[in-house]
Design a protein around this ligand. Structure first.
Ligand SMILES: C[S@@+](CC[C@H](N)C(=O)[O-])C[C@H]1O[C@@H](n2cnc3c(N)ncnc32)[C@H](O)[C@@H]1O
Length: 265
């Protein structure tokens, strides 16, 4: 962090979080402080602003600046078939078990621009072509959801997709790959803040929450996992990212079915 940055004697980070909660209804205090604070101070510094108090004042006065801040706040990194070995395992074991019921209802919580949603839809249909599939994606970032609805991905996004899957589910464009209508029609995307949204009990057979809770502090992460589990029907699965685990799995009635994949009792 630059020594040039001025620090207020009171906790300007806490004051900034309070201000953003009022201004944008986003509760930054539930994210990991070290990581979030570094990012916020870097944003401010890049705008030539020397303190978080001053940055908050600018955001309050300037709607464009606030929009740009919100755009940069979330980390939207994703890709199709991210961690391909996870998708291969889900296709082999989870999908056949769920497909035996004839219908799979899926929620991608923190879906970014939808890569995970299109991936799971393709993985399910490759294993179980006749299954009825509903894929919902939610994210806090409306810009990402607009992209998700379009279903267009760059060549870089598609770098881990098996060649046969790419050819089967996507059309080549000048800039990358467009998901075919038969995948797009299975998708719905809604804005949802995982820290404040309502959770519908037993609404899903499979919940994906990957690379999203890593930004939250531990108590918030555990509470979120608990709430996600309530949205699963008994026998449903929760999938987390390849660097994550459910800290409170046992007390939530979860057993590890395979790496990063939990089955609800
Ligand atoms: C790194 S992306 C993960 C995308 C995808 N799940 C994957 O693994 O490729 C994290 C996503 O979480 C979203 N996010 C962050 N805080 C959120 C919140 N409070 N509620 C909902 N989504 C949130 C971000 O907007 C971002 O799109």
């Amino acid at each position: 962090m630059s020594a040039a940055l001025a620090y207020d004697s009171f906790d300007d980070y806490v004051a900034f979080c309070d201000g953003i909660r009022t201004l944008a209804k986003i509760d930054l205090s539930q994210y990991k402080r070290g990581q979030m604070e570094r990012r916020l101070r870097t944003f401010a510094e890049r705008r030539g602003i020397k303190s978080l108090s001053e940055y908050l004042a600018v955001l309050k006065q300037d709607a464009d600046e606030l929009e740009q801040f919100l755009d940069r706040l979330t980390i939207n990194v994703s890709q199709l078939w991210r961690n391909p070995e996870q998708w291969a395992a889900i296709g082999r074991t989870v999908v056949p078990e769920l497909a035996s019921a004839g219908r799979i209802r899926i929620w991608s919580a923190g879906c970014s621009y939808g890569a995970e949603c299109y991936t799971i839809a393709a993985v399910c249909l490759e294993q179980a072509p006749n299954v009825r599939l509903e894929v919902k994606g939610t994210d806090i970032d409306p810009r990402m959801l607009e992209r998700a609805r379009i279903g267009h991905f760059t060549t870089e996004d598609a770098r881990s997709v098996p060649a046969a899957s790419l050819a089967r589910w996507f059309d080549k464009t000048d800039l990358g790959w467009q998901a075919k209508p038969e995948l797009r029609k299975l998708m719905s995307f809604d804005r949802g803040d995982l820290l404040s949204m309502r959770f519908t009990p037993s609404a899903y057979d499979l919940v994906l929450c990957r690379n999203t809770v890593i930004y939250f502090n531990e108590p918030v992460r555990d509470l979120l996992h608990e709430r996600l589990v309530t949205t699963l029907r008994p026998g449903g699965f929760l999938v987390v990212g390849s660097t994550e685990r459910v800290g409170v799995a046992g007390s939530l009635g979860l057993t590890l079915a395979q790496p990063f994949t939990y089955r609800k009792a």
